[in-house]
Design a protein around this ligand. Structure first.
Ligand SMILES: Nc1ncnc2c1ncn2[C@@H]1O[C@H](COP(=O)(O)OP(=O)(O)OP(=O)(O)O)[C@@H](O)[C@H]1O
Length: 255
């Protein structure tokens, strides 16, 4: 393995993914560095979720290669459950299970542990995401949107994966809850050394938590770098996205 590969948590080369006659990702290449928070932006229907789902092996590719932590995706030597945690857009908690049981779900599926140890782990994970031990006995219907996301995050981190995939993590949250969630992601990155791959439209998240931002257009990554570099990009879609009326207004307010 050469050194640049060693520094990559995710390495995608020449990836082609499509459905029927539609090509969604067209010879796309992307590196996600170890320990960074990478934000992915792109037009609605442009293929952000397809890229994320292809990386985690849920969608087959037509051609190209994907390596996660140095292992080809789909390789039997790689244990997906311990390599990455995923937070889907809707949180997707099991409604008939308590918060504690939701967080313990990946532990039950993948390990053989005593109930006592699983209870300790669940409480530790809940504390890690800013929830209290007394929240453990609640059911998903009793949680606020922000709490639901935190429980889903605690579950995603149950097996201590080095990589976290987040699909629009702040959607549906009010600005305060979204800001708090962003701060939590940043803290987890720093304290656990997590690599985070985040699909988001949230300009505040892109500006405050992402180390780099990648723009997906025409099935490819057309710009990648720190947010200040993306703002200088000459690519027409990137310009339209960040310099459109709505974005300008928000950026002005964020100054
Ligand atoms: N399982 C599937 N079968 C057929 N087409 C699909 C499938 N999944 C996604 N697509 C198509 O792939 C394209 C990209 O979809 P994707 O969900 O990745 O967009 P996106 O960039 O995440 O959009 P949004 O920001 O609106 O969530 C769309 O045209 C979509 O209809």
């Amino acid at each position: 393995m050469d050194q640049s590969q060693d520094l990559c948590a995710i390495r995608v080369r020449d990836l082609v993914v499509g459905f029927g006659r539609q090509t969604v990702l067209d010879h796309l290449s992307l590196d996600v560095r170890r320990g960074e928070i990478l934000g992915l932006v792109g037009a609605s229907g442009g293929g952000k979720s397809v890229l994320m789902r292809t990386i985690i092996g849920l969608i087959p590719r037509r051609s190209g290669t994907i390596e996660v932590m140095g292992h080809p995706v789909g390789d039997r030597t790689q244990d997906a459950a311990t390599t990455w945690g995923i937070l889907f857009q809707q949180g997707a908690l099991f409604s008939s299970l308590t918060v504690r049981q939701n967080v313990q779900f990946p532990l039950r599926e993948n390990l053989v542990l005593s109930q006592e140890l699983m209870d300790e782990i669940a409480i530790a994970k809940l504390e890690m995401v800013g929830l209290r031990p007394q929240d453990a006995d609640k059911y998903p219907a009793e949680l606020s949107g922000g709490m639901t996301k935190r429980v889903a995050l605690a579950r995603a981190l149950a097996l201590d994966p080095p990589i976290l995939f987040l699909d629009e993590p702040t959607s549906g949250l009010d600005p305060i809850a979204a800001g708090d969630f962003d701060a939590l992601i940043k803290t987890l990155q720093k304290t656990l050394g997590l690599t985070v791959f985040m699909v988001t439209h949230d300009l505040a998240s892109l500006t405050t938590v992402c180390d780099r931002v990648a723009a997906l257009a025409d099935g490819k990554i057309v710009a990648i770098g720190p947010m200040r570099e993306l703002l200088q990009s000459e690519h027409p879609w990137v310009r339209a996205y960040f310099h459109g009326k709505r974005s300008q207004m928000l950026q002005h307010e964020m100054r």
